[in-house]
Design a protein around this ligand. Structure first.
Ligand code: SF4
Length: 688
């Protein structure tokens, strides 16, 4: 809408900083962002935003934005026109495919990009190049949660909406720093506690803000959540507190599962988790007494060698206690990036087409072959973790990566960066010349969310439209347009003129969102998947049964995987995660003045006990060294952490970047890196 003087515009967008999916109007005058104005009709946030949504947008006008394609020239780059850069990419892709086959190429999409951009990225890989080597960066965070839900209830998404979380009588938050990572959602929890006495249990190794507010706060040993969850489940069954009617009617594999609980006695759990028997009984009793329990979890659960199994244990506990199929109950894996949910929903995965349809299913593949008028590969491709190994082994030669600073955000950064050096041809598409882009042969300037149209899907499975607020800066372009240009140079013959046409095609091939159209998403309207062809959506999942054969959920026995332990000399456990003010590696928020004023640099949280033992004060600079690398960072002494637990926020790509310490160890079922399983030695570099 255009206001008063002709140059002031007011345009609706959706925040790009987390999976809550806050929507608001952006007031602009030319390229100047005047204000962010949330609207009551915004379905996820109403009139709320957090500091990032409100003030985190200066980066779009940063002088460091890429505005021209870059082509490698010796150790540096030279600016090029689009024609030259795209022709070079097409030539190299064709040549490599001819010489080594389509599987010598791989494609990585971004959970910061729109649904439509994830769709065209996987279509480029599959239909144009002919490989299933396509993945997205949600593998770094939430794939284990999705796996746990696929196993037990069939859909890999939140059971209900943020309204349901607010309705729950009991919230259990596990490995989630909700107040800083999902601020507006946390506000709803805080309000529910205050207004209708919602009870909160927090399980985390760090005393963050929600822990301070919790009715019960427990600090299990790192990586031991599966054990206490299973022990609580067993205790509930031993007391006869399970929901037998629910189990009889809606759940299979009950007997086998119950037998698998035998080993999870309170004594055993206490020994492994460091939680007392009383603490475990108190958790079980709270669940028993609440009519509805919702469990929220995040990367403290998923980023472990057994992340999928722990996510499964959460869902098992909810099934045993009948906490599905009703408002206020269920599973809520809190998606990190704005479009973690959508990037996978739209098929940027090596084994699934959009809507989680298997590439190995002949009928499904035939449908996509007809829709796209091509022959498609039937074998699943490589995930992004496997891609790095394949590059080192010489089996993958070309990588096209968009919207992710993978050399910093993937675990074992030194190993990942050395893989980039071995590529024959590397294309990076991003807003800035990131650490990763510096390894590229061609860098393509992309447009951020404010400069394009499209849709995001938030943590509640909710589709929302974003409208173009600004023109693309310089010669930068929206990702979907760039991908189309590459596809057409490879004889793709695509002719999308607007993302709505991409959505229409995706919906026609995907039952999960068959009824999603741009008309139905006009303005602040939204839809939560599954969406039927007539446009009926599904705010609460599983009201008619589960998304598994016979409509029944499935209890799934799990075994605990001990967290990775380095040798004894690495005596400091390095926990890591988000800060309220910054987003991920900080490429956007460190270029937003209002945010950097508040939190100008990274820091390491050190406990008062450890500080005293090592002679550390606020501002002391330390070096942490793991078997994989080292970081240098200044300390902040705080009782949010205890003993030899330290906390390193992941929001930097500089010398304090956490992934110089992490290993390539990953969740055994999804290959999500075990970012939370790190220990290190600490030495003092410089006094305050
Ligand atoms: Fe909302 Fe998350 Fe953006 Fe904050 S970062 S405004 S909570 S979507």
């Amino acid at each position: 809408a255009q206001l008063r003087e002709s140059r002031i515009e007011k345009t609706k967008t959706v925040c790009t900083y987390c999976g809550v999916g806050c929507a608001f109007d952006v007031w602009t005058k030319d390229r100047q962002i005047l204000k962010i104005e949330p609207q009551a009709e915004a379905p996820a946030n109403g009139i709320s935003t957090c500091v990032k949504g409100k003030f985190g947008w200066d980066f779009v006008n940063s002088e460091e934005r890429l505005t021209k394609p870059l082509i490698r020239d010796g150790d540096g780059f030279r600016e090029a026109e689009w024609e030259e850069a795209l022709d070079l990419i097409a030539k190299k892709f064709k040549l490599m495919k001819k010489q080594k086959g389509a599987d010598a190429l791989a494609f990585i999409s971004s959970s910061k990009c729109t649904n439509e951009e994830s769709y065209v990225m996987q279509k480029l890989a599959r239909a144009v190049v002919g490989t299933n080597n396509v993945d997205n960066c949600s593998r770094y965070c939430q794939s284990p949660a999705t796996m746990g839900l696929w196993r037990t209830v069939g859909y890999g998404g939140d059971s209900g909406g943020i309204d349901d979380i607010a309705k729950a009588e009991l919230i259990i938050s596990i490995g989630s720093n909700t107040v800083e990572s999902h601020p507006v959602l946390a506000t709803r929890v805080k309000r529910a506690q205050k207004l209708h006495g919602q009870k909160i249990i927090v399980a985390d190794i760090r005393r963050h803000e929600l822990a301070e507010r919790a009715n019960q706060f427990v600090q299990p040993a790192p990586g031991s959540d599966l054990v206490w969850l299973s022990a609580v489940t067993k205790y509930i069954v031993d007391q006869g507190w399970q929901d037998q009617a629910f189990l009889d009617q809606h759940v299979t594999d009950v007997e086998e599962f119950m037998a698998s609980l035998d080993k999870y006695s309170l004594d055993y759990a206490s020994e492994v988790t460091n939680l007392s028997k009383e603490e475990l009984i108190q958790i079980a009793t709270s669940i028993h007494e609440a009519k509805t329990t919702s469990v929220l979890w995040a990367m403290g659960v998923t980023q472990h060698g057994g992340g999928s199994d722990t996510s499964t244990a959460i869902s098992n506990l909810l099934l045993v206690t009948g906490n599905y199929m009703k408002p206020g109950a269920g599973s809520y894996p809190l998606r990190g990036h704005n479009n973690v949910q959508g990037a996978s929903d739209f098929g940027s995965m090596p084994d699934r087409f959009p809507g989680y349809q298997y590439v190995t299913d002949d009928e499904v593949r035939a449908k996509f072959e007809k829709g796209w008028n091509v022959q498609l590969p039937a074998e699943p491709g490589l995930n992004n973790h496997e891609m790095v190994d394949a590059i080192h082994d010489g089996n993958l030669n070309v990588l096209y990566l968009k919207g992710e600073d993978m050399g910093i955000v993937d675990a074992n950064a030194n190993y990942v960066q050395s893989a980039f050096e071995k590529l024959d041809f590397f294309v990076v598409q991003d807003l800035f010349l990131t650490k990763t882009a510096q390894f590229a042969d061609v860098v393509l300037p992309a447009s951020p969310s404010l400069e394009k149209e499209g849709t995001f899907t938030n943590t509640e499975r909710r589709f929302q439209r974003l409208y173009q607020v600004l023109e693309p800066l310089g010669d930068s372009k929206p990702d979907w347009k760039i991908i189309q240009e590459i596809a057409n140079r490879l004889d793709g013959n695509w002719s999308y003129t607007h993302p709505s046409e991409i959505m229409a095609e995706a919906a026609s091939l995907t039952p999960l969102f068959a009824g999603v159209t741009y008309e139905r998403l006009e303005g602040y309207n939204s839809l939560q998947w599954p969406v039927k062809e007539d446009g009926t959506d599904t705010p609460l999942l599983f009201t008619d049964g589960f998304a598994l054969p016979g409509g029944k959920a499935r209890l799934w026995p799990v075994e605990w995987t001990k967290p990775l332990q380095f040798e004894e000399e690495y005596d400091i456990h390095v926990n890591n995660g988000r800060l309220l003010e910054h987003f991920h590696e900080g490429n956007m928020t460190y270029r937003s003045e209002a945010i950097t004023k508040k939190t100008p640099r990274e820091f390491l949280e050190v406990s008062p006990e450890l500080a005293k033992e090592r002679g550390i004060e606020n501002g002391t600079k330390v070096r942490l060294t793991s078997p994989y690398g080292q970081v240098n960072v200044r300390c902040l002494v705080t009782d949010r952490v205890k003993n030899k637990e330290v906390y390193l926020p992941m929001n930097t790509s500089g010398e304090g970047a956490i992934n110089y310490l992490t290993s390539s160890h990953s969740d055994k079922d999804t290959d999500t890196p075990a970012y939370k399983e790190i220990s290190a030695k600490m030495e003092i570099l410089e006094a305050k």
